[in-house]
Design a protein around this ligand. Structure first.
Ligand SMILES: *[C@@H]1O[C@H](CO)[C@@H](O)[C@H](O)[C@H]1NC(C)=O
Ligand SMILES: *[C@@H]1O[C@H](CO)[C@@H](O)[C@H](O)[C@H]1NC(C)=O
Ligand SMILES: *[C@@H]1O[C@H](CO)[C@@H](O)[C@H](O)[C@H]1NC(C)=O
Length: 780
């Protein structure tokens, strides 16, 4: 692949590379102790871990973290729609009765259902209508993201449930019966969906990740009935819902058949009612132990976080508890959550330090010894290029400009995010140097700066700083430092499954000016679609521009071309349809609005243009990259240069050759796209009629937050050279003119043309450049 192609290609691969490399690396290095630490409350992230090293220094400097500022009341933050009372019933459509009835055996949708694989942990929170918005919400914020499912139960109606929380209310006002109602509800809706069921009240603080870990380490064949002890008895202990009780699925399944008998008994409080019910129906007594694990809980009396924490923090039992109860108010709950998050961070830091020490220790015995260690420890090694094309280039920067940032620019003013980035990096380097050299420096100046982006590591910097001492007589010093801004959290975005045989509706607008190339397009279409069994339909729209004083059908020729091809393939007559649109202005949305009525909302649409080469690979790529409700696809197409500029002499090859000499990937072109009609129609609602003419298709989709707009270099989408017809006044004019100037030939080819021309005409290059505009016109 050409240098050019490679470049765009590499860029388009970056997310994938990052995903793979970081995924593997992070998993191996950090995962054991970085289990989703914290926390919806911590607002500032630690993603700004920037590493700095001064050259020739042996040890690495500490990482800088932004201070955590937890506990800031985010209580009222509301985001998702309420899924209040819609009861999820998990993939349980598979019922044996169906087979008995002689009906067709229906395979469940997921293998996990058929194999009886269950989800891990269900949490039922016993709440009240008055506290579900305070205590309940606090609980939801502190642990719901660790466990598989959380449901809140209340006695009596509780108004609007907070968003994203499932609240089930029972009309029965008797709160002692609430746990029994909850059990019954679980029997009806989640009877065997989960391995473990945890019951708590909304006064319990739960360390979600610890509990999840706990049940993850108990064998699911074990009968588990464990929890926080209320009181011990000779015939077994009794647990309390305030501290939490865990039941395994096999215990619960014994409870279900006789659950109604539990309503008859009357006990003093909900915990006793719950325990009595389990004892009576499943003959199971609670204990602190489950498998070989302990349920670690901690009961506090008259808890006041600020006063009590000083003594509690020295209590090993407290530090290692999974549940703390009872909480006097929701603020205490948040505070305690912050405490445990910090504890967890501190422990994680220690683990990281230990891991680093052990890497350094072990490196002595590895090939290459200690010298083989890469800086910084724990970050993937720098990529070793195999050929000169693989070298990840450094760009040079000063305080105001950046040089050689990409293949096409020599110099560019620093602005926006780049500027911020570079200012921040310098400040960090300066602060760090100051802290190493005892606050010796007053000021700094950037002498040289280099940075590059390594897809597997992050952004690397090398800075030469001139440092001015605090005192007049002190000499200035120059120091070179290296910094790395490692890549942060890597996310894997799950994508729905798509197939390669969906039907595509190719929409092709044909304007009078480009009619000449229509024959070529149809020929390609006939070859790739009509002659094969490809499942694509072509929808041609002849766009008549309203003009006075013309007669005859300007599109008579294209129409006969269509007829010709269809006559050659009589069995596929329905594959091509054409329509006529009369308009005075080109507008993508008008065009699509026009075809909407002929399509259905489930149709996959791909917008084409005259000049593109039909390619079955491209059609398949459209099928794979367009996902209803999730993703629309805007490929970066390969545009051919003008043939007489890049080939020595005719005859020119018939197709578009892929290669740096013959064309370029035009990152500014958006005319090809594919999407599902339903996504178009949903997005269309966001554009008012007055904006229709101004809005392009890509802007339309960018407006909709929930849709991914997928862009990638697409070598199988090749476009023949054409003279772009730029609008005279428009927002797009600038972009279009840039495209036009880049579309002719590469810069070296253009330079050569200038020199040749100068030689032929016996002119100096300056003179030629002066009349460059005129020259372009001659060639173009
Ligand atoms: C409750 O927790 C769920 C899962 O983490 C979250 O999606 C939802 O937004 C939370 N709701 C509130 C009100 O905090
Ligand atoms: C509990 O954790 C705190 C915070 O890290 C720590 O200072 C304290 O020593 C720990 N206490 C015990 C007994 O381990
Ligand atoms: C965590 O460490 C920081 C700094 O070393 C310390 O101030 C803080 O008290 C620690 N927090 C806990 C909960 O251990």
């Amino acid at each position: 692949m050409s240098l050019l192609g490679r470049n765009s290609f590499v860029r388009s691969c970056i997310p994938v590379l990052i995903g793979i490399c970081m995924g593997i690396a992070l998993n191996m290095m950090v995962a054991p102790f970085l289990d989703d630490l914290c926390d919806p409350i911590d607002t500032k992230d630690t993603e700004n871990l920037i590493k700095l090293r001064e050259t020739k220094m042996v040890h690495e400097l500490d990482t800088k973290n932004k201070e955590q500022e937890p506990g800031k009341g985010e209580v009222n933050d509301q985001e998702t729609e309420s899924d209040g009372n819609d009861f999820y019933i998990h993939e349980q459509k598979y019922q044996r009765e169906e087979i008995k009835d002689g009906k067709k055996f229906v395979r469940p949708r997921f293998a996990s259902t058929e194999l009886g694989i269950r989800e891990k942990l269900f949490v039922g929170v016993l709440s009240t209508p008055h506290t579900v918005n305070s205590f309940g919400m606090a609980l939801n914020k502190t642990f719901a993201h660790y466990v598989t499912k959380t449901v809140f139960f209340t006695n009596g109606k509780s108004g609007m449930p907070p968003p994203g929380m499932q609240v089930i209310s029972f009309p029965d006002q008797d709160n002692k019966k609430l746990p029994i109602h909850a059990l019954k509800y679980i029997k009806e809706h989640y009877a065997s969906t989960f391995d473990y069921y945890l019951f708590i009240t909304d006064r319990t603080y739960i360390r979600g990740e610890k509990l999840y870990e706990l049940v993850g380490h108990i064998s699911i064949s074990e009968e588990v009935h464990m929890g926080a002890i209320l009181h011990r008895g000779d015939q077994g202990d009794t647990c309390t819902l305030d501290g939490g009780i865990i039941l395994s699925q096999n215990v619960l399944s014994k409870v279900y058949p006789k659950i109604d008998s539990c309503f008859l008994k009357s006990e003093q409080n909900p915990s006793l009612a719950f325990e009595a019910c389990i004892l009576q129906t499943a003959n199971s007594k609670c204990s602190e132990k489950g498998g070989d694990k302990n349920f670690r809980s901690y009961k506090v009396d008259d808890f006041e976080f600020d006063d009590d924490i000083t003594s509690l923090r020295n209590d090993a039992m407290f530090n290692s508890s999974f549940s703390i109860y009872p909480m006097p108010d929701d603020i205490s709950l948040y505070k305690i959550h912050r405490y445990f998050c910090q504890l967890e961070i501190n422990l994680t830091r220690q683990e990281i330090q230990k891991a680093k020490d052990s890497i350094i220790g072990l490196s002595e015995f590895a090939p290459g010894g200690k010298d083989s260690l890469q800086w910084p420890i724990g970050v993937p090694e720098a990529f070793k290029p195999n050929t000169r094309f693989d070298v990840v280039q450094w760009s040079y920067f000063t305080d105001t400009h950046i040089y050689f940032d990409d293949d096409f620019t020599n110099i560019r003013p620093l602005q926006g995010a780049d500027k911020q980035d570079i200012q921040e990096i310098q400040q960090i380097a300066f602060d760090r140097l100051n802290s190493i050299y005892g606050d010796n420096f007053k000021q700094f100046k950037l002498v040289n700066g280099y940075r590059r982006f390594e897809p597997s590591r992050g952004m690397e910097y090398t800075l030469d700083l001139e440092l001015y001492g605090k005192h007049r007589h002190e000499k200035t010093e120059q120091k070179r430092v290296h910094l790395l801004r490692p890549l942060g959290k890597v996310e894997i975005v799950p994508m729905p499954y798509v197939t390669e045989n969906s039907q595509i509706h190719l929409i092709l607008p044909v304007y009078e000016s480009e009619m000449g190339d229509f024959g070529n397009f149809m020929e390609g279409f006939a070859k790739t679609v009509l002659e094969t069994s490809d499942n694509s339909y072509l929808y041609v729209i002849f766009v008549y521009e309203k003009k006075k004083g013309k007669s005859g059908d300007p599109f008579a020729v294209p129409k006969t071309v269509i007829d010709y091809h269809l006559n050659n393939h009589p069995s596929r007559k329905s594959t091509v349809t054409w329509k006529v649109l009369e308009t005075s202005e080109k507008s993508e949305l008008d065009l699509l609005d026009y075809v909407v009525r002929d399509l259905q909302s489930g149709d996959l649409v791909s917008v084409c243009s005259i000049g593109m080469e039909m390619d079955i690979d491209y059609l398949n790529r459209v099928r794979m990259n367009t996902i209803p409700n999730v993703q629309v696809f805007f490929p970066i197409s390969f545009w051919q240069y003008k043939q007489n500029m890049v080939y020595q002499k005719p005859p020119y090859p018939p197709g578009v050759e892929l290669g740096q000499r013959y064309g370029h990937f035009d990152v500014d072109s958006y005319e090809h796209s594919s999407f599902y009609m339903s996504d178009y129609m949903n997005s269309r609602k966001h554009v008012s009629p007055s904006d229709t003419k101004k809005t392009s298709l890509i802007d339309l989709f960018l407006k909709v937050q929930s849709l991914h707009v997928f862009r990638a270099a697409e070598p199988s989408l090749r476009i023949r050279w054409k003279l772009l017809d730029c609008p005279v006044r428009d927002d797009d004019k600038l972009r279009c003119n840039k495209r036009k100037s880049e579309s002719l030939a590469s810069r070296s080819q253009l330079a050569k043309a200038v020199f040749d021309y100068a030689e032929k005409k016996h002119l100096s290059v300056e003179e030629v450049v002066k009349s460059a505009k005129q020259l372009t016109n001659t060639i173009g």
